[in-house]
Write a protein that binds this ligand. Sequence first.
Ligand code: PMP
Length: 375
Amino acid sequence: MIYLDNAATTYPKPQSVRRALGSAAMYSANPGRSGHSLAMKAGENIYSCRVKAAEMFGAKSPENVIFTPGCTYSCNMVIKGLLKSGDHVVVSDMEHNAVMRPLKAMTQRGVTYTAARVASDNDETISNFREALRSSTRLVICTHVSNVWGIRLPVERLAALCRQYGILFMTDAAQSAGVFEINASESGFDFVCIPAHKGLYGTMGTGLLIVSDPQLLSTIIEGGTGSGSISLSQPDFPPDKFESGTPNYPGICALSAGLDFVKTTGIGRIHSKEISLLSELYDRLSANRNVILYTKRPDIRSCGGVMSFNVGDLGSEQCAEYLSKRGIAVRAGLHCAPLAHEHFRTEKRGAVRIAPSYFTNFNEIVTLSRVIAGM
Ligand code: PMP
């Protein structure tokens, strides 16, 4: 199979990740719950992953790294743990439903929001966000890289704008973690939401939340943490405050190996490989008069490893089915991001999304463009 659905989850995983997952599933005890050696070893492995993640994403300390069941969960922790009635939020018009649905749910509790339009020019994007701010704006949320169009948004500049007005800033790094350098502390990101299973090459059902000040958030779930068990109140110190219940130990071990893989391979090298494959595809598709491209040629400065298109007047699902029958896996439809599709007026038929990974090769891209030429 030619797998080009890496924006949904990367496949294949590096061998080191598969090994770590297998060994964690076979030889493990519950971390932080008991004092015997197997449990202690699990606790050490979790801490080691926390340290690696803190280093990769510029968290203030390992305790500012929270393990979660995924990026969606991380987004919910911020939106529901922070916002109160009367708070206003500004989001980009490229957000995923991992942001939009919890935010929409919070409108029932008196939260309001405004979507700022992402422009092709970053200065204009910043000015659209600035105009959307109100005196009640508590939080600005902007995805780092669009999961549909691959466009990189000026999150560092938005964070600086927020700092100027004393507003908190959250970025959804689902499509950028492992592809762009992220330093939460240096860039002034208050919250960074990250899945383990995409550009970090970990497994599904694991994620991270990097938080600048854990006291900003209330918990959205409470439970056993293995610490302070005499008290019926949730611990108020991180990470225990936010990590109730037995953790996804195999997922965290896989993530730990994934972080090592990304670090040793090099974020820049992974990104350049994906962009060179996508720009090759873009050039080949541009020469095909039947293909509709919506965005500019992918480049390293302003794009992540994702692009979308349509073919003639075919529905995107039909196109994906055609490719699937020829052994090519892509994702069509709306990609859980209806606003991003409204932006380019593709909300009716969706688009065909191509997302390579570090393991995609040039020949696979050539085959894809040839199959599309035959449609
Ligand atoms: N945000 C974006 C931009 C995404 O692409 C995704 C995954 N499709 C998510 C959030 C949610 O990630 P997860 O499914 O791992 O919770």
